[in-house]
Design a binder for this molecule. Structure first.
Ligand code: HEC
Length: 107
């Protein structure tokens, strides 16, 4: 009985780790596919760096901006918006938003 519980616990931990890992990989892939031309992780490009975005926005704000830049740019303090509305899935948006947010506090 105790062994059985340990085994289940171990499997749960493994599953949890692989979910976390897959999410991070997905976020990076979405970034490389859709965002890299205009955003870089730590350096300013055409758009602000992920590090800068994460330092001043919440996860929800990041999500909202990706969904519709044209509806959000004024609230974010921009005079005009050059970021296109990207056609990505909810899951892709979720993982890229978390990926951006993971740069919060990075050097
Ligand atoms: C064609 C260039 C371009 C592409 C592609 C692009 N962006 Fe942007 N992004 C910008 C620019 C420029 C801004 C600055 C505000 C504006 O012009 O809308 C911006 C702003 C943002 C902001 C808000 C910045 C802030 O002040 O907090 C977020 C979040 C963001 N982009 C995420 C993404 C993500 C995620 C992707 C890919 C899925 C992406 N962008 C793709 C150009 C781009």
């Amino acid at each position: 009985m105790k062994d059985e519980l340990m085994r289940i616990g171990f499997i749960l931990i493994l599953t949890f780790c692989s979910v976390l890992f897959a999410q991070e990989l997905d976020g990076k892939k979405v970034f490389e596919t859709y965002c890299w031309g205009c955003h870089h992780q730590k350096a300013e490009a055409f758009g602000p760096s992920f590090k800068e975005i994460a330092s001043k926005r919440t996860l929800e704000e990041i999500q909202a901006y990706i969904i519709e830049p044209k509806a959000m740019y004024k609230a974010f303090g921009y005079k005009r918006s050059a970021m296109p509305q990207l056609n990505i899935t909810d899951k892709e948006r979720d993982s890229i938003a978390k990926y951006i947010y993971s740069y919060k506090g990075s050097k």
